[in-house]
Design a protein around this ligand. Sequence first.
Ligand SMILES: Cc1cc2nc3c(=O)[nH]c(=O)nc-3n(C[C@H](O)[C@H](O)[C@H](O)COP(=O)(O)OP(=O)(O)OC[C@H]3O[C@@H](n4cnc5c(N)ncnc54)[C@H](O)[C@@H]3O)c2cc1C
Length: 399
Amino acid sequence: MTDQQAVAVDVVIFGGGVAGLWLLARLRKANYNAILVESDTLGTGQTRYAQGIIHGGTKYALTGKLTASSEAVFQMPGIWRDCLQGHGEVDLQEASVLSPHQFMWSTTSFTSRMAGFFASHVMRSRTESLPAKERPLIFQNSKFKGHVYRLDEPVLDTATIIAALAKPHLDAILQATLESVTFNPDASSQLALKATDGSRWQVATNRIVLAAGQGNAGLLKTMGRDSPAMQLRPLHMVMLRGGLPERLYAHCLGASVNPRITITSHSDTFGEIVWYLGGQLSEDGVKRNEAEQIQAAKDELHDLMPWLDLSQTHWSTLRIDRAEPSQPHSKRPDTSFVDETTGVITTWPTKMALAPKLAADVMEQLQHNEVVASGTEPLPAWPQPAFAELPWQEETRWN
Ligand SMILES: Cc1cc2nc3c(=O)[nH]c(=O)nc-3n(C[C@H](O)[C@H](O)[C@H](O)COP(=O)(O)OP(=O)(O)OC[C@H]3O[C@@H](n4cnc5c(N)ncnc54)[C@H](O)[C@@H]3O)c2cc1C
């Protein structure tokens, strides 16, 4: 291998999370000569921490205000399901569905009843209030007094999504870091990359797409840019395992659009059930230390499911930031973000579920600017990244 190799492509994507990998698959299917640069392992950013819920817009509908952008979210479960069945825009047949539905439950509190009212009226076409025998076992307990709804929101195993998206395109994925970029007057550019084995690559490209989550800010800086601006929203998630009665996938309706708690279920390395807790608990928990956050989670579960026996349970927490386009008052954006400024398309999906919309928006942007697909060509052999582990598989500190 010479010291420096040169490659010319149509598009270079930075970031091997769900957004970058979905886009890579779509671009290559559309005959773009596209490559993806990942500096670490595939899925290592927010994607591996995601709860895997393919949101169908319940939260937006609960506000009673449907906007055009939130309407887009409603289409996502259908798009993902087509892909899982092998007749969609990308092939996800190898990915695992943890549950075909996420459930949502209301308690007897006034706020939860109000949210339940909205759920049943605004969401008529998307949710069903379930009779006791169709509920998850936990909500068949005679002490449970609320309502349970079944949502059109599948829950997926994120590691298998990453694998399904990446494996057919590994030849086009390079593990490297960006050293510098030179832009040409026509918005094409010349990138200097350093791969993990020390090899150096000069890549000429028509467009750069940033899909590196939190890494977008640093990449923009390397290019001498400070916009679009990014915001980070920290979360303090909780995991528990040991003696859990079943795999549960459910949001509890709270006082706001944000669920009071969101529970998904995963498996540790021994195949034991792990409950992963997010929602308002993880947002409020940012200010708590680990012990306080575990206590808050215990209190919350005891309040919501007093009949649940947690005497055999071990606990752990993790902190992770969501990376998003900056919003007034750091509010959560309600849809994906795509912005092009002289040769660089910066993206944040906001939700894993919105990766298809992000990819469609980027492709529209490329077509709008007449960035043509020149056809996929054999690429040189270069260092490829490994796949990230999921947090419940690598966690060793269980309290
Ligand atoms: C706790 C949690 C739970 C969530 N649950 C859900 C959910 O249930 N449903 C849902 O729809 N969404 C969920 N989300 C949101 C979802 O995870 C994210 O929107 C989505 O994963 C973002 O994907 P991404 O590909 O943009 O970024 P990331 O997953 O963050 O990937 C970015 C990638 O870029 C790489 N990178 C970084 N810097 C560089 C660089 N300089 N050069 C090259 N590569 C770089 C990183 O190593 C990483 O692989 C959740 C998020 C969190 C934090």
